[in-house]
Design a protein around this ligand. Structure first.
Ligand SMILES: Cc1ncc(COP(=O)(O)O)c(C=O)c1O
Length: 404
């Protein structure tokens, strides 16, 4: 709950729309999730999925808290390095990687999860050119968890190509299979025991083939995070908590590998950061067209990226010309007809009010296109203090790359 005075102060300092990042909440989420899994399987490490929200202040926090960086592009790998993460603590996933950058990364001690045989061929060449170096790789494993998705990522863990890839790795003296990885996007708890059992089977098979355990077994992200009941109700399935995911997956590993032969890793984004960001936008106009009321704010659905769902909201009464509205849509400042941030608002509202949209830390700032300006800053609230995490993008930031 925000106090009107606090929001009015932020408006004076940062303008009529901004993101509020709650890094204390992020730290709490990190500890809670880490504790939930560590208490079931002690040799556990949390990685953070950068793509979900790569604000550098968050990436730094993860590193300080002892978490790993999960990246899917050389851009994100660069963010990790700039945030002070050592290559050994970076997990590099993704279907296509820049091989020159991969080479530099591997030679500095990092490990990449290969996604295809073509990628293994490229890594083999790197290993051949640097016989004095041990190259660490992982393989992204693809198997059926019964979620109805035929994923395009990784290698078919039950296929001939996967077996052949493991044989190839075994045959090259300076390549070490340091990691086995998988990720499934569906967050429903019923697929988690299946992903754990599937990975345990792959680990055992690979261990028999190569004669050693990987250092890490990474079972990906795809967990729900904390959310307000009003949001929870809009999902059809059950929203599980951290402890339930740990029980569903980590306990399978604890049972199958009581000696904790490898580090178990998960790489969530949404579950850690989803409820740590809010977007605040000022009401600019209120109008009624053929009996439908539209409240237009400074901000867009693209800022909160919650298409089809109503985020939890709070109206801060900073305006003075109050009226009551019923079944109004809160809409964005773009010219897109479907730019609706919230459907069916009923209650008191005024031009000049600030509307706070909650639970918008996941795939929001990273997905927002430079479609229309102004852009909005990100303000990090740390205890009683606020510090800027990102200033608003300017015309120059966007158009410097175009040729006029
Ligand atoms: C490989 C991988 N790991 C982790 C994640 C993080 O997922 P989430 O934010 O749902 O936890 C993703 C998301 O797409 C992913 O592709």
């Amino acid at each position: 709950m925000f106090k009107a005075e606090k929001i009015a102060e932020l408006v004076r300092q940062y303008g009529e729309a901004f993101y509020i990042l709650d890094s204390d909440k992020f730290v709490q989420n990190f500890h809670d999730l880490n504790d939930a899994f560590s208490s079931v399987y002690s040799n556990f490490r949390l990685a953070y999925s950068y793509k979900t929200n790569y604000i550098p202040q968050i990436c730094r926090l993860v590193n300080e808290l002892g978490g790993l960086a999960e990246v899917v592009s050389d851009m994100e790998e660069e963010i990790a390095e700039k945030a002070g993460v050592s290559p050994q603590n970076i997990i590099w996933n993704g279907p296509i990687k820049d091989i020159k950058k991969v080479e530099r990364f591997l030679l500095s001690g990092g490990s990449v999860n290969i996604d295809s045989f073509e990628e293994l061929n490229s890594v083999q060449k790197i290993a051949h050119s640097h016989p004095d170096k041990t190259i660490k790789i992982g393989i992204r494993c693809n198997f059926d968890v019964g979620d109805g998705v035929l994923s395009r990522f990784g290698m078919d863990a039950d296929g001939e190509e996967f077996r052949h890839a493991v044989e190839v790795v075994k045959g090259i003296k300076n390549i070490r299979l340091a990691s086995l990885h998988c990720h499934f996007a569906k967050r429903n708890i019923e697929y988690w025991p299946q992903r754990a059992r599937g990975m345990c089977a792959v680990v055992k098979r690979v261990q028999t083939m190569i004669g050693y355990f990987p250092e890490r077994v990474d079972i990906g992200g795809g967990l729900y995070g904390h959310m307000h009941d009003s949001l929870r109700k809009q999902f059809s399935g059950k929203i599980s908590d951290y402890t339930e995911y740990a029980r569903a997956a980590a306990s399978v590993f604890a049972q199958e590998f009581p000696k904790k032969n490898f580090q178990l890793v998960i790489e969530p984004g949404t579950a850690l950061v989803g409820d740590c960001m809010q977007f605040a936008g000022m009401v600019k106009t209120i109008k009624t067209i053929r009996n439908k009321t539209f409240i237009t704010i400074l901000g867009s659905q693209k800022n909160i990226n919650m298409s089809g769902l109503n985020p939890p909201i709070e109206v801060i009464e900073t305006g003075t010309d109050r009226k009551n509205v019923s079944d109004a849509d809160i809409v964005g400042y773009t010219c897109i007809e479907g730019d609706v941030l919230f459907r069916g608002y009923s209650g008191s509202i005024s031009v000049g009010d600030m509307i706070i949209f909650k639970n918008c830390g996941s795939y929001s700032v990273v997905m927002k296109p430079p479609f229309i300006l102004p852009d909005f800053p990100i303000v990090n609230v740390v205890g009683n203090e606020t510090k800027l995490a990102k200033r608003a993008e300017t015309f120059e930031d966007i158009f410097n790359v175009y040729i006029f």
